[in-house]
Design a protein around this ligand. Structure first.
Ligand SMILES: *Cc1c(COP(=O)(O)O)cnc(C)c1O
Length: 382
């Protein structure tokens, strides 16, 4: 099956009991047994629920992994994954991470002595040195494209560096989604998602996922999924699965919206820099062209006028809504320094380019011409 077909049929089929073409929302916490431990594969909905199973097998199919696991949030997925690594072990991670990911890694440092070294993954030599220094890392971790600066990490090359020391390479694929890149096919061992974003796609559900290449590792994480219990409800599982059906056409529309936005931003004198992997001037454009099929809906840029310009610009927008999160059908705008990345200290933030003038767009699937007009109008007011 090709990708768009897989989104609708991969790991899914009509309900075996009724023929319903969509998996029913099995709102049941427990399942009848005919005798002790004699059941139809379902015992208790924390361990497994048929609606969640449908989502999990679809996730495995579209990311090309052996095991898919759904969680109640992206951070719930990460927290469960972190439960699988021993205390006092080492992680090597990229320095541009979702703020909540950084916060949880730092919590593990304080509580379990798990030390994370943050290095610049766009410079593979730095990754090689960090991975080689000291005991083999339990995990090598990166997002690509990164949040909010849209840097692009060479996933195949990073996987090789991790594997040279038998470390797992984990990729947060939230920004690209499997429609644009499939890290497991490039050598990653585990893919993490905030399904809250593009997979759900409608800003109506919080969810997370892990997709694991090895069946054995996947089954260990399935054990932890049940032991920790950060599982999504049957209804939330249904919403994510429903969103996934249209991921292919949505990602093409998101990419078209972003391209229109970038054209306006890139030609404006009010904008100091535009960060978008689709731009030929993007420092990792060649890597992006190699590992992504399109460049996605996320764009960030720096307003020349700093914070005062940001405030005015945000007030003038009509279609882009000021809100955290991303990946929904509606366009959103975010000010990372004061919103999504406020938990990262200013010095750390600014050291790698998250300045007060930085604005992040999640381009929705509205008509690209309306997105362009909205930005042109707001820039015109500066
Ligand atoms: C939102 C996000 C997360 C966290 O996911 P939640 O569903 O909010 O817990 C992790 N990584 C990235 C890249 C995100 O954008």
């Amino acid at each position: 099956m090709r990708f768009d077909t897989k989104l609708i049929h991969g790991g899914q089929g009509p309900d075996p009991l009724t023929g319903a073409v969509n998996v029913p929302v099995y709102l049941s916490s427990t399942f009848a047994q005919s005798a002790p431990n004699r059941h139809k594969g379902y015992v208790y909905s924390r361990s497994a629920n048929p609606t969640r199973t449908a989502l999990e097998s679809a996730l495995a199919a579209v990311e090309e992994g052996a095991v898919g696991l759904a969680f109640s949030s992206g951070l719930g997925a990460l927290a469960t994954l972190l439960e699988s690594i021993p205390s006092k072990s080492r992680i090597v991670a990229d320095l541009d991470l979702y703020g909540g990911t950084w916060r949880l890694l730092e919590h593990h440092r304080r509580t379990f002595g798990v030390l994370t070294d943050y290095v610049d993954f766009t410079d593979l030599e730095q990754v090689r040195q960090a991975v080689a220094a000291g005991p083999a890392p339990a995990m090598v971790y990166a997002e690509s494209p990164t949040n909010p600066l849209l840097r692009v990490i060479d996933l195949a090359a990073s996987a090789k560096v991790a594997h040279a020391r038998r470390s797992s390479f984990v990729v947060d694929n939230t920004f690209a989604s499997p429609a644009l890149q499939r890290p497991l096919t490039l050598g990653a061992d585990i893919v993490l998602h905030s399904t809250t974003k593009y997979l759900g796609g409608h800003s109506d559900v919080i969810g997370g996922a892990l997709v694991v290449r090895s069946k054995a590792r996947g089954e260990k994480l399935r054990w932890l999924q049940n032991a920790v219990g950060a599982v999504p409800s049957p209804f939330d599982s249904f919403l994510v699965l429903r969103g996934m059906h249209t991921l292919g056409i949505r990602m093409r529309a998101h990419s078209a919206g972003a391209a229109a936005a970038v054209e306006v931003l890139d030609s404006s004198r009010k904008v100091r820099a535009v960060h978008y992997p689709g731009l030929a001037s993007h420092p990792q454009h060649a890597v992006a062209a190699r590992q992504m099929s399109e460049y996605g809906g996320m764009v960030s840029f720096e307003l020349a006028g700093g914070m005062p310009a940001v405030r005015r610009f945000l007030r003038k927008l009509r279609i882009f809504t000021l809100a955290e999160s991303l990946g929904g059908v509606e366009s959103l705008v975010d000010h990372p320094a004061s919103m999504t990345h406020a938990s990262v200290p200013r010095s750390e933030r600014e050291a790698h380019g998250v300045t007060d003038g930085l604005v992040r767009l999640s381009c929705g699937i509205e008509d690209p011409a309306d997105l362009a007009d909205d930005l042109r109008n707001a820039l015109g007011s500066l």
